[in-house]
Design a protein around this ligand. Structure first.
Ligand SMILES: Nc1ncnc2c1ncn2[C@@H]1O[C@H](COP(=O)(O)OP(=O)(O)OP(=O)(O)O)[C@@H](O)[C@H]1O
Length: 233
């Protein structure tokens, strides 16, 4: 049974404190849904979970090992689906999936590609170049990518953006199948994606004022002595 957890995570983007004090824990078969208003930090947290962004404080562990200690092992166990579909315009759908599978060293690649094309119902597009795909077709291609090769963790940033209702149902089924094979799924969504009993992590609850956080973490120490106090001495 795998464990994926984060404790007391704080994330700064640019000059802005996005969230502080976020903790989570998931085991094989679990799903966590990230909720929160626009800008609450759902994408940022998914990037932190993927090891693509370092938290300002706190740590993330897979089976009690800090993911920062072996980023390559962490990348190998996860599939991350960001806002961008990362579909290469000059490659056909099949070649896009092939490239992805080759990068991950997937065995039986052609067979896995066929299965993924069937699941996402895009077999008829397999020879079409990325540049000719609609946004929903690109999203389906990106979703097909996460089915290729073995993984233990899916990090999905608004997986259903641009999808029609039927494809949203397909995403729900993909998530259910992955969980029943022991996978952990963490996803953000603004729609009601049908997922069985997800734990809800509401990031609106973790926004804290910037100044308060800086004071708490003694960031003002670097500014030197208070001139007003010095003048009074
Ligand atoms: N590359 C970046 N550099 C600086 N700030 C960033 C960057 N990306 C995002 N931010 C800021 O971080 C904050 C959180 O953004 P994030 O995309 O994580 O939120 P979100 O909850 O996913 O939003 P949405 O629901 O709109 O997708 C926002 O204030 C945003 O402006």
């Amino acid at each position: 049974m795998a464990n994926f957890s984060g404790s007391d995570l704080t994330c700064l983007r640019g000059e802005r404190l996005v969230f502080g004090g976020v903790s989570f824990a998931a085991q094989s078969g679990d799903a966590i849904m990230l909720r929160g208003r626009n800008g609450a930090g759902k994408s940022s947290l998914l990037r932190v979970m993927a090891g693509l962004l370092s938290p300002r404080s706190g740590q993330i562990c897979w089976d009690d090992e800090n993911i920062a200690d072996d980023r390559i092992a962490h990348q190998a166990r996860l599939q991350y689906l960001g806002h961008q579909d990362a579909v290469k315009p000059v490659l056909s759908v099949r070649d896009n999936l092939r490239l992805w599978g080759q990068l991950r060293g997937v065995k039986n690649l052609e067979q896995e590609i066929d299965t993924a094309l069937d699941v996402l119902d895009i077999h008829h597009l397999s020879r079409v170049s990325g540049r000719y795909l609609s946004s929903g077709q690109k999203r389906r291609t990106a979703l097909a990518r996460i089915l290729i090769g073995q993984s233990d963790l899916w990090l999905l940033d608004e997986p259903t953006v641009g999808l029609d209702r039927e494809s949203c149902g397909e995403v729900s089924r993909m998530i259910a199948d992955f969980r029943s094979s022991g996978g952990i799924v963490i996803y953000s969504t603004h729609i009601d994606l049908e997922v069985d009993n997800p734990v809800i992590l509401d990031l609106d609850k973790f926004a804290i004022p910037m100044v308060e956080w800086l004071m708490e973490h003694s960031e003002f120490d670097d500014l030197g002595p208070d001139p007003a106090q010095e003048a009074a001495q």
